[in-house]
Design a protein around this ligand. Structure first.
Ligand SMILES: [Zn+2]
Length: 282
């Protein structure tokens, strides 16, 4: 009888110990929060440049999101949306490509008790104009950037299509961490930059391991639309087609291994279903 009770007792202790360690792990991960912001929209006449023919889909609008990742060791901004000046004109405007920005990131951040000086780190999936719109407003953040992306974006003569150096020139001398490959932002595996070049020389995607939501992978412009992923469509303006296809292989293998959900950043129909800040994913 005593042996039975002590066996039960030790079972209970083992169970409760493992219970503690599981919930301890969850507490660690639950300190990571992901906030989603609308940082503009683009409207195109045609998706031909994305290697999608116009009769394949009615989609012509792209959402341009920004993401804030809060970790106990710091705050990361991932992607910076359309140029803040886009908001100076109300509604859709522009010529070949229409754009709109209803509220700048600076106007939206106070809803989560942050401002443009709150970021410890900033990383852009790449340096195209629709991902770096707030770059010049980020004086205090450390830029995490792939070396080939920095070299292409800050060259004396920028030849990368889609890059507008005036939008991010303020970051040329910013504190920075040069990376060449993957990078664990906070050192505990919960927020990781994954190298995925080809769209631009140093294009990258972001893995975030969320305790309750599960692992998420933010696509950058590896894919612009669900159809791009389904059929491995490579935009015509990518700097390297073969490198893009190889990055798709790498990222798809990573998704399989990690079980992450891929969030295609520009896909409006997906974005519409997401919780927006001040709500968050944890
Ligand atoms: Zn883009």
């Amino acid at each position: 009888m005593i042996r039975y009770i002590s066996a039960l007792l030790s079972m209970f202790l083992i169970t409760s110990c493992s219970g503690i360690s599981v919930s301890g792990g969850a507490d660690m991960a639950s300190t990571v929060r992901l906030y989603v912001f609308n940082c503009g929209m683009l409207r195109l006449d045609s998706l031909e440049d994305f290697s999608i023919s116009d009769d394949e889909t009615d989609i012509r609008d792209l959402i341009v999101p920004c993401y804030v990742i809060e970790h106990k060791k710091g705050v990361l901004l991932w992607d910076g949306g359309l140029p803040s000046a886009t908001a100076d004109i109300e509604g859709w405007h522009g010529e070949a490509m229409l754009s709109r920005l209803d509220r700048t990131l600076a106007e939206q951040l106070p809803a989560i008790d942050l401002d443009m000086n709150s970021f410890d780190y900033v990383a852009f999936s790449h340096m195209h104009f629709d991902h770096v719109g707030v770059a010049n407003e980020l004086s205090g953040a450390t830029l995490i950037i792939q070396k080939p992306e920095y070299e292409a974006a800050f060259a004396d003569e920028v030849t990368m299509p889609g890059a507008i150096p005036a939008l991010y020139g303020g970051l040329k001398e910013a504190e920075r961490i040069f990376i060449e490959g993957d990078h664990d932002v906070f050192g505990d595996g919960s927020v990781r930059i994954i190298s995925a070049p080809g769209h631009t020389p140093g294009h990258q995607v972001l893995f975030i391991n969320l305790a309750n939501t599960g692992p998420v992978l933010l696509s950058g412009d590896l894919y612009h639309f669900a159809i791009s992923r389904r059929d491995r469509r490579v935009p015509k303006f990518n700097v390297d087609r073969e490198q893009t296809l190889s990055s798709m292989d790498t990222v798809e293998a990573f998704i399989k291994e990690s079980g992450a959900s891929l969030w295609i950043e520009h896909e409006l129909s997906f974005f519409e279903q997401l919780k927006k800040a001040p709500a968050f994913y944890d």
